[in-house]
Design a protein around this ligand. Structure first.
Ligand code: SF4
Length: 339
């Protein structure tokens, strides 16, 4: 268990480092040696969904290359202003669940999801929660209410911490949630969905990893990487530490046009993940959130990529290609979607 003193000591460095993230688009472009005119006037300034990138993620972008696959994930583009009606602010129907006056999203049998925070270390332009009404639905009061709901609902055996990024919370806040969950006897498993280990590996301090490995219930950490270039040696080192500490690690990706819509790139991603002790879990078809249409890959292409990936990789390295369909009782394999 992390004490207040330990946490303050250990967090000082990662939290101050995280504060150095790029919030200014111009400073970021200067750092990666890209001039605004190289982007042919396509930069969106003042977007509601703000620009934010860690220094660590920025350092993996190839300097001077406006087509870099990591850059394209975070660069606000004017194309975001043009979406057809198929792209909405609530592509997976979460607002409906929220309107049922609950702080726990119960999408699937036996699982309850808590949106812990609206904050992330980087803002991915394709994020399906970019319009989520975080205000009033996250924070200490909302988390306490969610834990109360879970305690009262014995049908929930697995709790998912999501966001925003749950690891954006500090160790004291997370330890408090971990211990409250330990008091709920019907909770058998905890799953944490986080992009921080990839975009800001410093978050995985030795102390925090050891807290995770000591939890009295089963734990699975699901990271989010889309491209092999996101996984530099520092990221792999931190992930391997987690693996050595006995933590189950899975990865989910989003299939993104011009970024990872190629069997060769996804194969490299799987191999790189496995080097860090992470098993590929899901490749999601894009959730049709407004402003992200330019990232969408057609079902036909996705099926071809999946088939090719099976030919390239060992079976255990092939992620499941799925789509989240609002109201469905599980993720839907793309092979079951009609063309
Ligand atoms: S890290 Fe996850 S929650 Fe945060 S912006 Fe990216 S996709 Fe969305």
């Amino acid at each position: 268990m992390i004490t207040q003193k330990d946490a303050i000591r250990g967090q000082h460095s990662w939290q101050s480092e995280l504060k150095n993230s790029f919030l200014s688009l111009d400073e970021f472009l200067h750092q990666i040696e890209i001039k605004a005119d190289q982007l042919s006037g396509s930069i969106l300034r003042g977007a509601n969904f703000q620009f934010r990138v860690t220094k660590q993620y920025a350092s993996r972008i190839k300097k001077g290359d406006p087509t870099d696959p990591l850059l394209l994930q975070v660069l606000p583009s004017v194309i975001e202003n043009y979406s057809s009606s198929a792209y909405t602010s609530d592509p997976v129907g979460e607002l409906l669940l929220l309107s049922q006056q609950t702080k726990v999203l119960k999408k699937y049998n036996a699982r309850g999801l808590i949106v812990m925070t609206g904050a992330c270390a980087i803002n991915c332009r394709y994020c399906f929660r970019k319009n989520y009404p975080y205000s009033g639905n996250v924070g200490q009061v909302a988390i306490a209410a969610a834990l109360g709901e879970i305690a009262d609902d014995s049908s929930i055996s697995e709790v998912i911490l999501s966001g925003g990024d749950p690891l954006f919370l500090n160790d004291v806040q997370l330890s408090s949630v971990f211990s409250q969950l330990a008091e709920i006897k019907h909770v058998k498993r905890l799953r944490i969905h986080t992009r921080l280990p990839v975009v800001f590996p410093e978050r995985l301090t030795q102390k925090f990893v050891s807290t995770l490995s000591d939890l009295p219930y089963l734990l699975c950490v699901v990271i989010h990487a889309n491209h092999p270039n996101e996984l530099d040696d520092e990221v792999l080192k931190k992930l391997s530490n987690c693996k050595r500490a006995g933590i189950t690690l899975l990865n989910q990706s989003v299939l993104l046009k011009g970024i990872n819509d190629s069997p060769q790139i996804l194969a490299k991603l799987s191999e790189r993940l496995f080097e860090g002790g992470v098993l590929p879990y899901y490749v999601h078809l894009l959730d049709k959130v407004s402003g992200a249409e330019h990232f969408d890959v057609s079902l036909k292409e996705a099926l071809m990529i999946e088939q090719k990936l099976r030919q390239i990789l060992s079976g255990y390295l092939v992620p499941k290609f799925v789509k989240e369909v609002a109201g469905a009782d599980s993720k839907t394999p793309i092979s079951e979607l009609g063309l």
